[in-house]
Design a protein. Structure first.
Lengths: 269, 269, 269, 269
């Protein structure tokens, strides 16, 4: 069983290193999540349990893998942005993609019960992923804006659609017909006039999706210590600074977000 | 929030279609499984629960995805071979890789308790994957032979190593020193003379790994039927033919396996 | 001027090695050769000088570069097939492409006057190239068949078209209208009934294009030698065997060609 | 001869579009130019005829192809920089590479006699090319600096080396030994003390290489016109503005060049 005789097959592997000095984005999507959502009775148009589980998985990915500067998620998708200068696994595209989706997928099952309680997970879900490079900061911001604009458009549509179905008793086909050709303003108007809903008061998480960034947080923890010359332990409060992944539900299309968190894009040319 | 203004970012996605008429192999490996095995108290040198769970996950991958002709696994790795002529997802490499590893990873957590019972899963594991193309049948067979030869070499080493540690009380470093520079024959001899073990009698699953192929199996199922003119139901046995994923623990380096299952490689030129 | 400070830019080069064990085809085409042909008064529908010059350049490419097993040319294009097992320049795609087109282009100007005599070359022509991999012999044969079928279709069309223009006095637009929707049989019929031309008697080089292969040829050369004990030189004929690039104008779609020259495809699996 | 039956082979072509919003650099090098230079009796260490011919070919490339913002050449190499936003041939890498090297190669033979006069060209030379992407302006400037620093280092070495050989009568091996381990300062010192040469007075073209940029130039041309009401033609001078490729021999490592010609890098983010 001379292994060496077969080792030539390694030469068939190709180098898939990502171009240096570009932002590396890995986006994943749930596979057949339309069916998955139905079978697991997701609340429509938004299921808080499902959205929070997605975000928990994304946080796990950011903590377990290296060099992720920011992530953005909505519905059954999440995008992870690796730093321009990352040298993780020699920037090999396959490593980035497979580590992200496998960590996300295993986390999804692992943390399921924390969010879905007694709603049982019926089968292990799949996710697909892709990788895209963005050379400039503007390109990256435009990518994230594209996803957030997509979130807005879909959520506005879904909000009206499900109101028409759930409250007005339309069939899905009737609701679809009703919305055919309507503009954003029309949909806002239907929500307001027929259901007394001001879309702008809908939860930010639904309208804006979820942004994950690294933030320094101060934790106050209580420690027991025994001072020299004293005989008894004493409780003291200690403030500790830690970097952790924080979810935000804010606009990332305008400049304000990037001005507030300049460190996300900060890398020398 | 004009989405269209940002849609140009889609042009940055690259086409990663695999060359037609080549076997597409996706191999995955557990991430940091050395540590994972320790923390979950895997039995050394082989843990049946872990090996069977790996195979269960691989079976799930073969059933859920399309066009996988054969899979081969050992230790914490599994290789999946997609058909030369597969047109699944336009042969996009990222689709193949991410679907395989995400389905595998979610299955690993989902089926964990079926194999590890009350040994709790402490955290969600990660897997990495890569994709390699093989133009000819011989190249593919050599790839699989390479992995099986690797299984043999590692398992022989590990079997002796852990005997020296577990039975002779050597420290890992001492065991490693003892085996430094030994050939296969030497290791067989140590096993036989010191531990009365004939390596060739070790379980096939440890020595050969696991091959997964599609096989037609006949199932006999019992049905209750009520014939016309009769008043009572009657039980009848029905034989049903189904294609399912079957695990084998056999040699795939020699010709015999390929002669026995010619359909695996059978595709017109 | 510390060069080292800038050397990081080399990391931006990507590895473009071709998959092993595949036929590597580089096809080049003249750039804007429609205009080039007009300005250099190429005879229509076929200009022997231009076709022979193309073949001379292709022969030079085969002789100067390594591992080219066969080449096929027609009109202003030529395809070069590198051996499956070639290790030339580590199979880097850019090396194959640029060496082929630059050698071809410089040869085109260099040998121009040998074929075009006092027809002066007005400007240096450009060529573009592409690279394609073919995993199996059948794929490669089908590629070459595709090019030869293309030659046939174009040449039949062009032969009739230019007869209509040159002999019947139709304008190009009229000739085009006349041929609109005609099948091969119709075109043969026009040639025969209107111009008394049997297409099958047209020169093979026009109908089949040019195949270049390596052939052992015996050369008889005359040497002057002086034998010991003799006082005068004497002429003797010596037969010398050499491998050279030979042009053929034959069918390569059927099996006969490949049976006659089995060595072209002969490489172990 | 149904062409359609073979057309499937087109699916084996891969998409090699360059990532958008990156500078695309194609660098070409003479193939075996050491030998070529000897056989054509190039003057050492620099042959003006050869350098000017290289630059003529590079100018032709810039004029014939599209979107080249700047080129830089030294010795037997030339780099061409395509604009970040170029959409030429859908940014296909093979198109950029093959058009550049084929146009350069044919021009080399075409213009040879304008520079080498009665020194005959013995055979058609080859060139190889590669393509590299640079995401940021700084990366691109560093690439060009790398090439110019390389020019400086090689030219200083060659200048001393050939002085030692040509004037001091050392053999090439002796000259090489003499220079082994010397720093730039040592080489300058040898030139000055032994050959009375101040390296900084050597021609800029040798020390800095050649930069090609687009420049508006004003041409004064003489036209004959006949004004209404006049009976005779009259000569008038007309100033016409044209954009043409201009060679410079200046430093491009420092900021001054880029400040003087900001339009080269000017493209919106």
């Amino acid at each position: 069983m001379a292994k060496s005789k077969f080792e030539y097959v390694r030469d068939f592997e190709t180098d898939d290193a990502c171009l240096p000095n570009c932002w590396i984005v890995v986006r994943l999507d749930g596979r057949n999540f339309h069916r998955f959502a139905e079978q697991h009775e997701f609340k429509k148009p938004n299921d808080d349990r499902a959205l929070h589980l997605m975000t928990k998985c994304a946080q796990t990915v950011m903590q377990e893998l290296e060099d992720i500067a920011i992530a953005y998620g909505q519905s059954d998708e999440y995008s992870f942005v690796f730093r321009k200068k990352s040298r993780w696994f020699k920037r090999r595209a396959s490593k980035f993609m497979t580590h992200v989706v496998s960590q996300f997928a295993s986390s999804y099952v692992f943390y399921w019960k924390d969010y879905f309680k007694d709603q049982e997970l019926l089968y292990p879900p799949g996710f697909d992923g892709r990788i895209v490079l963005y050379p400039s900061n503007q390109n990256l911001k435009d990518y994230l804006s594209w996803r957030q604009a997509d979130c807005h458009i879909n959520n506005l549509y879904n909000t009206v659609f499900w109101m028409l179905v759930q409250r007005s008793g339309l069939t899905p086909v009737q609701a679809q017909d009703r919305l055919q050709g309507t503009l954003a303003g029309d949909k806002n108007e239907i929500l307001f006039s027929e259901f007394n809903i001001n879309y702008n008061n809908e939860p930010l998480m639904y309208r804006k999706g979820t942004v994950l960034i690294w933030q320094k947080v101060n934790e106050v923890i209580t420690k027991k210590i025994k001072l020299p010359k004293e005989t008894e332990e004493k409780e003291v409060e200690v403030t500790r600074s830690r970097t952790q992944v924080v979810p935000l539900h804010c606009d990332i299309i305008g400049d304000q977000f990037w001005e507030e968190y300049p460190e996300i894009l900060a890398e020398d040319s």
